[in-house]
Design a protein around this ligand. Structure first.
Ligand code: ACO
Length: 391
């Protein structure tokens, strides 16, 4: 995608929201589970604490973040064309987490699918959504990053369990003829590095068995040093490429919102890109690495901290398992002061989601009744024709 097509529509971020579980796990608490220390974790990663889901799941957190984004955008869920959930910790292998979210939002006219590109997933989703909007295929696309990595970690492996946390972030992208919004998209993959960061079992290659469970093959496995080397290089290259494609001179970048994996990786990239700390957003000390959710959570907090203003040039850059990476450059256009939610609007939204819930239950009941009636009719028909297809 390039910024040179003046006739294209533009994809603007008009809504944003996040959800993080209230349950906090500090480094000190972690040090009681594995042989590590607060000092080691802070020094090597920058992380102080992370959020761990208790009652929440990937779908429920995605839903909360999406509802907030829809609220900010003030868009009717019926007008959403597509729901993308970027996640590597989906609710199920199928159905897609995105379909669960679509149903609970009452987004009756939307398609929905999950996007698997690990920590790069949200940036991949943005590139995809922007492409669909700019081509005129869709007008309102919800892109959500939601993860519960806490369920995929071996809590006895200190090399991985200290790094990750749970949460969700969402944006609503909308088409407009006005210049701005997502101006470029860089997506990359180097599958030769797949084994550096993987969950070896649970898929079709190594289906779940007693052996895979006993061998801890359902947990995250990582070669930290190699991923680190890859991450530092790719963050710099992908950011430069995204700026170039969007025709934004490097010195006009106002805020880099990188994937929140490790402050050392971010500091390295900032230095190589000649960016002062004021131009780089970091919040990983509070949440650790929330994978596909880290960039949208960071965006929402950057907005709350008043570090995003209309006219600003932003870059989102992510990297992760695959190996994969992605970056996009954008010109922010939307006012960032939230309209205060009136009690009336809040009540309306609540009612709308409750109604969606009731409708969804109604559909389930009708489907059962329909299946029962069809079976009975088939049986009668079978008897009549004497082909006896009876159970
Ligand atoms: N506490 C204490 N000591 C530890 C811990 C721990 N939690 N973990 C490792 N160590 C020890 C190691 O055993 C090693 O000891 P040794 O020297 O006696 O062998 C020593 O600390 C140094 O280990 P390294 O692995 O070299 O430590 P490093 O400085 O590389 O930091 C880290 C490790 C933080 C994992 C780093 O490599 C990193 O951040 N890598 C990138 C990981 C990443 O970002 N992954 C997510 C990608 S996104 C996605 O798609 C999911």
């Amino acid at each position: 995608m390039s910024a040179n097509n003046h006739h294209a529509r533009y994809a603007h971020i008009v809504g944003w929201g996040k959800y993080v579980p209230p349950n906090v796990m500090t480094n000190e608490e972690l040090a009681k589970k594995v042989d590590t220390s607060d000092a080691w974790i802070r020094e090597r990663t920058g992380i102080r604490e992370r959020r761990i889901a208790t009652k929440e799941t990937t779908a429920s957190m995605a839903l909360y973040a999406a509802q907030e984004a829809i609220e900010v955008a003030d868009v009717d869920p019926n007008d959403i064309d597509l729901v993308i959930v970027a996640t590597s910790s989906p609710e199920f292998i199928f159905p897609a987490t995105a379909s669960i979210v679509q149903d609970q939002l009452g987004a009756c006219n939307a398609g929905a699918f999950d996007l698997s590109a690990a920590c790069s997933g949200f940036v991949y989703g943005i590139g995809l959504a922007a492409g669909m909007i700019r081509s005129g295929i869709h007008n309102n696309v919800l892109v959500i990053g939601s993860e519960t990595f806490s369920k995929l970690l071996n809590w006895k492996d200190r090399a991985t369990c200290i790094l990750f946390g749970d949460g969700a972030g969402a944006v609503l992208l909308q088409g407009s003829d006005e210049y701005g919004g997502i101006l470029s998209s860089v997506l990359g993959s180097d599958g030769s590095g797949g084994e550096l960061l993987e969950i070896p079992a649970g898929g079709s290659k190594n289906p779940t068995s007693i052996e895979t469970v006993m061998a801890n093959m359902h947990f995250v496995k990582m070669n930290g040093r190699e991923v680190y080397r890859f991450a530092t290089r790719i963050m710099v290259d992908a950011t430069k490429e995204a700026l170039e494609k969007a025709n934004i001179p490097a010195e006009e970048l106002d805020l880099l919102i990188p994937h929140q994996a490790n402050t050392r990786i971010i500091d390295y990239a900032a230095k190589a890109l000649n960016l002062p700390p004021s131009k780089v957003f970091v919040n990983l000390e509070k949440y650790g690495n929330t994978s596909a959710a880290s960039i949208p959570i960071a965006l929402v907090e950057a907005i709350e901290d008043k570090r995003v203003n209309p006219g600003d040039h932003l870059v989102f850059v992510g990297f992760g398992a695959g190996l994969s990476w992605g970056a996009c450059a954008l010109e922010w256009t939307e006012p960032t002061i939230r309209r205060a939610t009136t009690p009336q609007r809040a009540a309306q939204s609540k009612l709308r989601y409750q109604w969606s819930h009731v409708k969804s239950l109604g559909h389930r009941v009708l489907r059962r009744v329909d299946a029962g009636v069809s079976r009975t009719l088939d049986r009668i028909e079978g008897k009549k024709n004497g082909n006896g297809h009876e159970e």
